[in-house]
Write a protein that binds this ligand. Structure first.
Ligand code: IDP
Ligand code: MG
Length: 137
């Protein structure tokens, strides 16, 4: 079993898509091990996306991620990291496969509805950013 950090981003929460996305989490065979609504400060968003600090979209991305409530999820499944990224689809909703979460709920390459960790090391770091070990089921 593997765990990954998923986020329902502020655009999808504001758009009323939390229930639909959680349904896809459950029907996709992921076990929920942690779930919380957070409102990131700008500094917390900058810390989470620190790896992208030098990218041209960093300021806009961290403003967006701190613009409203988001849902953070600890998801568990066999091959959870790869499978969650597959369910999300490509970063750019316009290029994401039909039926993927980003295609269905995203509106731009920045406001793309969901986040998922990209490797075991980043999953461990990102899960630790939002959840204490004792909180996880
Ligand atoms: P990922 O979320 O698919 O792993 P990353 O390259 O890690 O994609 O980028 C992190 C987030 O930054 C994306 O989910 C998206 O919200 C935003 N982002 C990525 N590329 C761009 C871009 O070219 N313009 C604006 N925002 C971007
Ligand atoms: Mg990424």
């Amino acid at each position: 079993m593997e765990r990954t950090l998923a986020i329902i981003k502020p655009d999808a929460v504001a758009g009323g898509h939390v229930g639909a996305i959680l349904q896809r989490v459950e029907s996709g065979g992921f076990a929920l091990r942690g779930m919380r609504l957070v409102r990131l400060t700008r500094a917390e968003a900058e810390g989470f996306y620190a790896v992208h600090r030098d990218r041209p979209f960093f300021d806009s991305l961290t403003a967006f991620m701190s613009s409203g409530p988001a849902i953070v999820l600890a998801l568990e499944a066999d091959d959870a990291i790869r499978r969650w990224r597959e369910l999300m689809g490509s970063t750019d909703p316009a290029k994401a496969a039909p039926g993927s979460l980003r295609r269905e709920f995203g509106s731009s390459i920045e406001r793309n509805a969901t986040h998922g960790s990209d490797a075991p090391e980043t999953a461990a770091t990102e899960l630790g950013y939002f959840f204490r070990g004792v909180e996880l089921g």
